[in-house]
Design a protein around this ligand. Structure first.
Ligand SMILES: Cc1ncc(COP(=O)(O)O)c(C=O)c1O
Length: 369
């Protein structure tokens, strides 16, 4: 059998998937445009611009001595630390190879062909992908002011709905739902439907804005709260995230989880990063200052942007394809979001002050070109 004939046997919903498109890597842009990689600024993947916590680096160095051994597949120590911090039981925590993995595990455990998953327009690209990969149907609810229209999402739930995804703050729009309406929404969802509350950017919220939704799980066994070490904790390359849920739901997700889905260096680094509260606070502070710097610069140029609660900003540049190409030529990588239904916008991750400055200067040039 030829390879094309072989792949033709795969389910149509798998063959019809469009692979996730990430931010362009620095080396790729350097190769394609003949630029010096050290002069390139990447503000395309909502990464933490500071470099990792020194405590995480030290933990990685120590853990590296044990690389011949498999990691603890149950991540005992990291789960204990997370559970203590979040005031939940360790049995309620499922670790993922990035929080992306947790999202996938939910779809793996709960979705089958014919089921529906509800999510918002202009929300994270992995929800439709992970839904389709299970042969289930994604139900896209039109956004309201670029954010989640929770009453419309509630109304979109049918007897076929098994999962609802809510990103808070939302990527790529940066919108945020305050705790009270969010909690009311969770309470309004039928108990047989899983609500995935994706809080990958939670730590960028001011502490008084944070919902502490992990504690809602006790009341709502259908709630899964996912969080990430990739953003404010600065460990995107290691791929580690977690979900907090009812212990019975966690047990189910653990059955479809790869036995060693979080590697030993990631576990060690996440444990150290979790304890480094100063690093997260400084990341939040730097992010707030960076957002102010970017929005002031954009205002000065008369360029519109959407208020953001994440570590990124949606900027309305008009012809985003042209402006993006002009930015790339100047060695500035940002993220076009036409695939999110936002063809006039570019998503810019908040960088270090000099990186934000580089973006603003390059955008000024690009707009004049
Ligand atoms: C809303 C949202 N959820 C989840 C993720 C996945 O992050 P990770 O798998 O690195 O934890 C991202 C990454 O960009 C995101 O924007």
């Amino acid at each position: 059998m030829t390879a094309p004939a072989l792949t033709a046997q795969a389910p149509q919903y798998v063959r019809g998937l469009s692979p996730y498109v990430g931010g362009k890597p620095i080396d790729e842009v350097a190769r394609e445009l003949g630029l010096d990689p050290t002069a390139i600024v990447k503000l395309a993947s909502n990464e933490n611009p500071r470099g990792p916590s020194p405590r995480a680096l030290a933990a990685i160095a120590t853990a590296a001595a044990e690389l011949t051994r498999y990691p603890d597949g149950n991540a005992f120590v990291l789960k204990q630390a997370l559970a203590a911090k979040l005031a939940v039981d360790p049995e309620q925590v499922v670790l993922g190879n990035g929080s992306n993995d947790v999202l996938e595990l939910v779809t793996h455990a709960f979705l089958r062909p014919g089921d529906e998953a509800v999510f918002a327009q202009h929300s994270f690209a992995v929800y439709p992908l992970a839904t389709q990969a299970r042969g289930a149907t994604g139900v896209v609810v039109p956004a309201r002011a670029y954010g989640h229209d929770l009453p419309a999402m509630r109304a979109a739930i049918t007897p076929r709905t098994r999962v609802v995804f809510v990103a808070n703050p939302n990527n790529p729009t940066g919108t945020w739902i305050p705790p009270d309406p969010l909690r009311a929404f969770v309470a309004s969802v039928p108990p047989e439907v899983v609500v995935v509350l994706d809080e990958a950017y939670n730590e960028y919220l001011d502490p008084e804005q944070q919902a502490h939704a992990t504690t809602w799980v006790r009341e709502h066994p259908n709630l899964v709260v996912s969080r990430s070490f990739s953003k404010a904790y600065g460990l995107a390359a290691l791929r580690v995230g977690y979900g907090v849920m009812d212990a019975t739901v966690a047990d189910l997700l653990n059955r479809v989880r790869q036995p060693f889905n979080v590697n030993a260096l990631a576990q060690a680094a996440a444990l150290a990063a979790l304890a480094d509260t100063e690093y997260v606070e400084e990341s939040r502070r730097l992010n707030r200052a960076g957002l102010a710097q970017l929005t002031a610069g954009l205002d000065a140029m008369g360029v519109a942007w959407l208020p953001s609660h994440g570590n990124f900003l949606l900027v309305n540049v008009g012809d985003a394809t042209r402006v993006n190409a002009a930015l790339l030529r100047q060695g500035v990588i940002v993220r076009p979001v036409a695939n999110y239904g936002l063809p006039a916008f570019l998503r810019v991750t908040v960088g270090l002050p000099r990186e934000n400055e580089r973006f603003l200067a390059a955008l000024d040039v690009a707009r004049r070109a």
